[in-house]
Design a protein around this ligand. Structure first.
Ligand code: HEC
Length: 195
């Protein structure tokens, strides 16, 4: 084999390896009930039970690593939660990508009307993931990485998620965009400092 072929072969093998790692991690998380845990927190939030949600979130946070929790934002086919009950019916089928799309332009009214239920559920899942992330606050400050900021950005994600759920339920396209923007800002703010 010449050098180029060796490199191509090595890159292909590495890609397969990464995919296997990604899928096995997500399967393991699903087997241990991460998705169920997130949805239970989301349900409590939907009922307006903030205290119950925070308590459930603490339980989930104890059982899972942060990268497993964050992985829920990935597309469904990569082991994430996906968007809507019907895989592939809404594209993109991943929360992170969906939020980025919704905050970029005001979504078409038809999209918001057709997918209102799915976007509402996504909003509560984002808020639930914010509660779980908040419960994973680092034990001590480390330079710029402060516990205070961690909690602020987790709370911003919770508020943005709840706002998104409400706007989706009301089928307000501009409201969905504004809420998605708030969520996205929280993700980016925390990643810039902590990731
Ligand atoms: C309070 C802090 C915080 C917030 C808020 C936050 N993240 Fe993260 N995120 C992190 C950290 C820290 C990591 C790195 C985790 C690791 O690798 O151990 C991470 C990693 C990730 C990953 C990679 C996960 C993987 O598969 O390994 C994704 C995807 C992600 N975040 C998406 C999001 C999205 C989308 C939002 C907003 C809806 C968000 N995050 C909000 C702190 C945060």
């Amino acid at each position: 084999m010449n050098k180029v072929r060796v490199w191509v072969a090595a890159a292909a093998l590495a890609a397969v390896g990464l995919t296997v790692v990604e899928i096995s991690r997500s399967t393991a998380a699903q087997e241990k009930g991460l998705v169920e845990g997130i949805n239970k927190v989301a349900e409590a939030l939907k009922k307006g039970d903030k205290t119950g949600a925070a308590k459930l979130a603490e339980g989930v946070a104890k059982k899972f690593e942060l990268d497993e929790i964050m992985h829920a934002f990935k597309p469904r086919k990569k082991g994430g939660l996906g968007v809507g009950g019907n895989p592939g019916a809404i594209t993109p089928d991943g929360i992170e990508q969906s939020v980025q799309k919704l905050k970029r332009d005001v979504p078409p009214k038809a999209d918001v009307e057709k997918n209102a239920e799915a976007y509402e559920a996504m909003g509560y899942q984002i808020a639930a993931l914010g509660e779980i992330t908040k419960a994973k606050v680092p034990e001590a400050d480390k330079g710029k990485k402060t516990r205070k900021d961690w909690v602020i950005w987790s709370n911003d994600q919770i508020d943005g998620g709840l706002q998104l759920a409400k706007a989706a339920k009301e089928k307000g396209a501009q409201g969905v965009k504004t809420a998605a923007d708030k969520v996205n800002t929280a993700c980016n703010a925390c990643h810039t400092t902590f990731r």
